[in-house]
Design a protein around this ligand. Structure first.
Ligand code: ADP
Ligand code: MG
Length: 282
């Protein structure tokens, strides 16, 4: 494995107010992410998730400590261009990220200043449209798209830049259930295609789709665990005001009652299918 992101003793404070009383928005963050990982970052509102997100592509630079992406450092201005190409970000509100009047133009927008030959541009755009499932909507005006389609359009605009890391900051929180499901599926697909995925969310059930979960609270990393390990001690999420997903609660309660389910469940569907199998035997 090779490391793609390394944060070393990162501290961050927004501008001091007059009393200089500002809190640290991030404290003592040490974090290493390997190429191809699928990580969720979860935490209550104000815990520093978005501040951390902005560290990954140099939108914010640490007050103290360093952020390294591959061989580049965000505090070195000469590295920023390369870092921003390597780390794509998808935010909460797709409307704020859409700039053009057709789907195709919007996806092309970021590519236009890279000096890429036209044929290569077209190839990348066509491929991105297919990956995000917007085939047939190329000439559509983005404002006619559903929320989920708009968010997938934003993702296509990032894919054409061929980033190594894609970071989603609450990218599903404004979507309806179907739009949310589609985007979550796309996130998983991008991970399986080898992208490094960082998914920031306050929804624990979304976090449990990742392979590794980081819990943040008051600017600190409280936990950094493989998904399955956190699953086994999911109640601890309540300490930080986070919900234990309903399927996780149900699975654990049923096991306590002696229902012979496997000790780990990887999705709601898996729980349902195990229950159906057990019930049909009786
Ligand atoms: P989260 O994304 O987990 O909700 P944020 O990173 O947005 O958390 O916020 C972390 C802390 O930094 C909060 O206390 C918040 O009030 C503060 N903060 C966030 N953005 C700014 C800003 N632009 N200026 C000053 N303080 C900010
Ligand atoms: Mg946030």
């Amino acid at each position: 494995m090779s490391t793609i992101v390394r944060l070393s003793d990162v501290w961050f404070q927004y501008q001091h107010d007059e009393q200089g009383a500002n809190q640290w928005a991030l404290c003592q963050i040490d974090l290493t992410i390997e190429k191809g990982e699928y990580i969720a970052i979860i935490g209550p509102n104000g815990s520093g998730k978005s501040t951390l997100a902005r560290m990954f592509n140099g939108l914010l630079v640490p007050t103290k400590g360093t952020v390294q992406i591959a061989d580049y450092f965000t505090h070195d201005e000469n590295d920023l261009w390369e870092i921003r190409r390597m780390v794509g970000m998808v935010f909460q509100n797709p409307d704020n990220q859409i700039v053009s009047t057709t789907v195709r133009d919007d996806i092309a927008f970021g590519l236009e200043n890279l000096g890429i030959p036209r044929r290569e541009m077209i190839r990348r755009i066509d491929q991105a449209i297919e990956v995000v499932g917007l085939t047939g909507l190329e000439e559509q005006a983005p404002h006619y798209l559903s929320g989920g389609q708009k968010q997938r359009l934003c993702i296509a605009g990032i894919l054409v830049m061929q980033p190594k890391v894609i970071l989603f900051d609450e990218a599903t929180s404004m979507l309806d259930p179907q739009g949310r499901k589609d985007v979550l599926q796309l996130i998983d697909q991008l991970h399986r295609q080898g992208k490094t995925v960082i998914h920031i969310t306050h929804a624990a059930e979304e976090a449990f789709l990742a392979k590794r979960i980081i819990v943040m609270n008051q600017g600190k990393i409280e936990l950094d665990l493989p998904r399955d390990e956190l699953y086994r001690q999911a109640e601890c999420l309540q300490k930080w005001g986070l919900e234990v997903p309903l399927p996780v609660q149900l699975h654990r309660r049923l096991r306590e009652l002696g229902v012979p389910l496997t000790d780990l469940i990887h999705s709601e569907e898996e729980l349902v299918s195990q229950l159906c199998r057990l019930l049909s035997k009786n």
